[in-house]
Structures are given as C-alpha cells and as structure tokens.
Design a protein around this ligand. Structure first.
Ligand code: ADP
Length: 614
C-alpha cells in the first residue's frame, strides 16, 4: 500500500516560492516590501552595531593613550623626586664631612634643592633613629620623629636605593593630603644611617589629570604597586590611600601585563567601566596609572543616536508598510476582480459552447427533418399537378381548383422547408458558396424581370434606377440573386397599392458596391427594428394576410455575410424602407450590354417570391 506522500524540499520550495510567492502581483509586491524591510532592518542593525563598536573602541583608544601619557608623566615626576632626594643624600654626606660651616648655608642649599622640584613641598633628612636632622622648611629643625612611620621603616627594612613612596595621609580631616617620599641613607660602612625625605601634594597630580579631559565619566588614578591610591581625579572617587588590591585590575590584569585595556567594574564603586592601565616605567617600587571611563558615558552618544535612528527607521518602515498595504489591497482587489472576470468568462465560454452545441444539434436535426419532408412533399406536389392537369378530363371544376390549392400549399410548404434547410445549412457551417464575378446590371435587370409580374399583381411599380457602373461583385450568383429577390419580394409585399420599388447599384469609394432596394411601403416600427433578421420574427405581419415565414431576412443576412458583405436598412414608419447590401467589387466587367427590360425566365426564385404571398 502506498504510504503518505514523502516531504520533498524541492517540491515545497517550488510551490511556496515559485508558484505561491511570485504568482500574483500582490504577493510579489508584499514579498518585495518584506525584503526591503528586512534589508533595512539588517542594515540598521549592522550600522548600529558598528556605531556601538566604534564608541567602545574609541573609549578604549582614548583611555589607552591617556594611560600611556600619564604613566610617562608619573615616571618623569618620580624620577625628578628621586633625583632630588639623591641630591639631599649627597648634601647630608657633605654635611657629615663638615663641608658646611654653618647650619644656615646648609639650609639654603636644602631650600635650593626643594625649589628645583616643582612638586616637592619640602625636603630634609632624618637620622638612623628617625629624628629630623635638617629640613628646607625651617632653619632650626623642630623635634620630629618618623621612627614609627612607613616612610622611615620602609627604607630601613630595604637595603636598596629605590625611592620609597608612602600612602597619602593627612594630619586631620581638614588638613591637606600629603605623600611622603624617602630614600635610604647609608654610612660609609653601608649601615642604615637614616632617610632623605620629602613630602608632596597629591593634588598636583590631580591637576594634571583634570587637564586631560576624559569627559564626565572619566577618572584617572595613580596607584602604588600594592594597590594603594596615591592620587586621583576627579576628586570624589576613589578615596586616597584606599587599596584597590582586591580589584580585577590588580588581581587579573596587572599580573598578566604591565599595560592593557579591560572592561570591568571599577575598583571601589563597581561602576562598569572601560579602562586602560600602564605601569610607570623605571619607578623603583612601581607605580601604575589607570584611566577609565564609565561604559554608560562612553555609550551615551551612541544611545542618543540610536533612539533618533530607531525613530527615523520606524517612520520609514511605517511609511513602507502603509504604502505596501495600500498597494497590496488595491492589487488584491484587482486580482479578485480579474479572477471573477476569468470565472465569468469561463462560464460564459462554457455556456456559449453549450449553446453552440445545442444550436448545431438543432441545425443537424432540422436539416435531416427537411430532407425527410422534401421527398414526400415533392410527391404531393407532383401528384397534385397531375390531378390539376386532369388529362382524362373526369374532374369537376371544383375538384381541379382543390388540386390547384394542394399544389400551391405544397409549394409554400416546400419553400418553407427549403428556407429552413438553407438556414440550418448556414448555421451548421455547411453552406457551400461558389464565388464568382457577378455583373450587377444583369443581376438587377434579371430580378426585375422575374418580379415584374408579381409587382404588377400587387399594383406596385418596379423599376431599376440607371446603373452607371459596369462593375461586378464577387459573390455566389445564385445566393446573391436569392438575396435580391428576397429584398424585392419584401419591398412589394409590405408596400401599398400604387406604391413603388426601386432597385439601385452605387459604387462606393472603399472597393464595395452598394445594392439598394427602396420601397414606399408601410415602413418598420422603430421599436421592432431590432427584431429584423431574427428567424421567424415577422414583426406583426403574422396577423395580416401577407404570407411569409419570417425566415427571408435572416437567411439574407447570413448569405450576405457569408459572401463577405454587409447588410443594413433605414426605414421611416408610413413612408417606406431602404434595404441595402454592400459587397466587394470584382474587376469591372467590360462589354456587358445594358438592355432595359430584357426578359428573364421566371425561375424557381421568382416562383418562390410568388409563393411568399404574391
Ligand atoms: P417574411 O417571410 O415575413 O417576409 P422576412 O424575414 O422577409 O419574413 O421579413 C421579416 C419581417 O420584416 C416581415 O414579416 C415584415 O414584418 C418585416 N419587413 C421585411 N421587409 C420589409 C419592408 N420592406 N417593409 C416593411 N416591413 C418589412
């Protein structure tokens, strides 16, 4: 047993995208709009992502450049301080040698050394017990001991000539901050002999840091190697002398590299920040500068632009959606109408085909019936005529008259059958024409001759207007004569005693010849004119004594059209009608004599005209 149909990706795509998506214009437009919207959104996302990335990259670059610059600044500053303290150490060595005779000249030298440094507030030295020996501040050094302070204990513990930088401190909450710097002094034997010391204002660094504008979210910090904050700007965070040793900077980044850039919560307050750090090169124990900007500030511009761009994009997409919506609605309406129209056309075609089928079946039926009727009718007419002749002369006058009636009625019935047969033949497409050149003059005169006795009987004068052309038309001679006889027959039948019928032939400019049959009869009511040429419609004549079948004009039109011509009429009620036919002309026929009144034998057509009531 066949299982359920297997899913085929190809079939699915073909149906979904080839037929479904692109078949109808409305879908095409909708798909294009969706594609444009998606492309716009992707473009928007891409450009925003780039702007976002650029903001972060710019912040990273700015902080990195600032960190390098300030690390260099710190290195130079502390190099200068180191140098000054080394000069103090030399001064102290000279003083120990007794080079300075007075305390005053020593003091002057100390002041000169301090003055050489832009950042040191004062310089001096302490003995091996931490007692102040000399200071640039006063000539007479006050009794001060730093024996318990880091600035003394550090150099004493470390047998190096490295510059020792102490954490910032201040005497009271209102007193200014100070950083003590010191250098180990040694005696000639290398034993610890005290410290050369100085103090500096961390605010000097802050001033430099502030001058490097890092924006409202920027902050710069000078750290000691162990995480102690030596200086910072802006003033508020982080606190001086606090330790950032536990921060990501000291635990993760610094051990990895002496400089770098990172995104992490800032030490002390945890603000998400983009920061760069750089170790100051060449400074003994190690100092490090960190420059950071808060992520929020770095991205502030981006967010502001994002809102504007989003609003603009939303407006563009809304306009696109609105326009597409209107267009698609319109297209859908049109497609619906087209579908309805196609449906209606198909239904109409089916109905027409059905009608044509029925019509042709009817025509075939009629043709068969007519054939079947003609044979017995001919027998009726033939035997009627024999009776009428009454060769044995044994019929009474009345019986001979009845025989005549049988023959007339038989002929009438045969004409009807012939007309029906002709009509059925035309409608079922079985009409065969033998097209030839038909000289017009002869045609009209012939018809006139045939119809003259009938016209005379109806007291209607029949005449042929002078025909000026020698042209011939291309037509089937027999059918054309039948057509003209039909028209003349009608012109006589629906005329009045004393009226006239005029046949004419006028060449037209467009290669056609117009044959006219004009009468002075009763005319045709305007409201019934549409029924002319419709089979079996007699426009009220069926209630009169004028005999007819209602088939003449219908046949006439079909014959004319089958011969490539056209038929028309004008009619005025009470005044008369003009029926005309137009046929394409053949080459002019030369040498045809124009004989007026030439007699033509009354043939079957003429007889049929008689049979039609005249
Ligand atoms: P019929 O056999 O009735 O003459 P036709 O098809 O020839 O059938 O004509 C249809 C009808 O058109 C006629 O019955 C008549 O009412 C009208 N008709 C035709 N020719 C004329 C005419 N020349 N003048 C007035 N009425 C006419």
């Amino acid at each position: 047993m066949p299982g359920p149909p297997r899913f085929s990706t190809r079939r699915f795509l073909t149906r979904r995208f080839s037929l479904g998506l692109f078949a109808r214009p409305s879908r095409q437009v909708a798909s294009a709009a969706v594609a444009i919207a998606v492309a716009t959104l992707m473009l928007f996302a891409h450009s925003q992502w780039q702007a976002y990335d650029l903001s972060l990259t710019r912040a990273e670059r700015d902080t990195r450049n600032a960190a390098y610059l300030l690390a260099e600044h710190a290195a130079r500053t502390f190099d200068g301080i180191h140098e000054t303290l080394r000069a103090v150490a030399r001064l102290r060595a000279d003083a120990a040698k007794g080079i300075y005779r007075s305390q005053a000249s020593l003091h002057v030298n100390l002041k000169t050394l301090r003055g050489g440094s832009q950042i040191l507030r004062d310089v001096g030295w302490y003995d091996a017990y931490g007692e102040l020996v000399a200071t640039s501040r006063t000539l007479d050094p006050p009794r001060i001991s730093v024996a318990r302070e880091e600035t003394f204990l550090g150099p004493r513990a470390q047998a190096t000539q490295a510059l020792h930088v102490s954490p910032p401190r201040r005497a009271s909450a209102e007193a200014p901050w100070r950083i003590d710097v010191s250098l180990r002094l040694e005696g000639p034997d290398g034993a610890f002999a005290g410290i050369a010391a100085g103090t500096l204002d961390p605010g000097e660094f802050a001033r430099v840091y502030r001058s490097l504008d890092m924006g409202p979210g920027g902050r710069t910090t000078l750290y000691r190697h162990d995480g102690i904050v030596l200086a910072r700007a802006p003033h508020l965070a982080p606190p001086l002398a606090a330790s950032g040793a536990d921060s990501a900077l000291f635990r993760e980044h610094l051990p990895r590299a002496p400089f770098g850039t990172y995104h992490a919560p800032a030490p002390f307050d945890g603000t998400e920040e983009i920061a760069s750090y750089a170790v100051a090169p060449g400074v003994g124990q190690g100092l490090m500068v960190s420059v950071g900007v808060s992520r929020a500030h770095a991205l502030a511009d981006f967010w502001r632009r994002l809102w504007i761009d989003t609003a603009l994009t939303a407006v563009v997409l809304a306009v696109l959606a609105l326009g597409t919506g209107l267009l698609v609605t319109n297209l859908r309406r049109r497609e619906r109408l087209q579908a309805e129209l196609a449906g209606a056309t198909a239904a109409a075609n089916a109905a027409r085909a059905e009608a044509e089928r029925a019509n042709s079946a009817k025509s075939v039926f009629l043709a068969h019936m007519s054939h079947e009727l003609r044979t017995p009718l001919n027998a009726v007419i033939g035997f009627g005529q024999m009776l009428e002749l009454d060769l044995p002369r044994n019929l009474t006058d009345g019986q001979r008259e009845y025989a005549g009636l049988i023959v007339d009625s038989g002929h009438h019935l045969l004409d009807l059958v012939n007309d029906v047969l002709d009509l059925a033949g035309v409608e079922s497409g079985r009409l065969s024409l033998s097209m030839e050149e038909v000289p017009i003059r002869e045609l009209l005169l012939g018809v006139s001759d045939i119809m003259a006795p009938i016209a005379a009987k109806a007291e209607v004068s029949l005449r042929v207007a002078p025909v000026t052309t020698t042209a011939a038309v291309r037509a089937d001679a027999v059918r054309l004569r039948q057509v003209v006889i039909n028209l003349v027959s009608n012109a006589i039948k629906y005329n009045r005693p004393g009226g006239s019928v005029t046949l004419s032939a006028v060449p037209r400019g467009d290669g056609c010849l117009r044959l006219g049959v004009e009468d002075t009869g009763q005319g045709i009511e305007p409201e019934r004119q549409a029924e002319l040429f419709v089979p079996f419609r007699r426009l009220g004549a069926e209630y009169t004594s004028v005999e007819g079948t209602g088939l003449g004009l219908a046949l006439t039109r079909r014959f004319v059209e089958a011969m490539g011509g056209s038929i028309g009429f004008t009619s005025t009620l009470g005044e008369g009608s003009l029926f005309w036919i137009e046929l394409p002309t053949a080459l002019p026929v030369r040498g045809t004599p124009w004989k007026t009144g030439s007699a033509a034998p009354a043939d079957d057509l003429g007889r049929r005209a008689f049979a039609n009531g005249l």
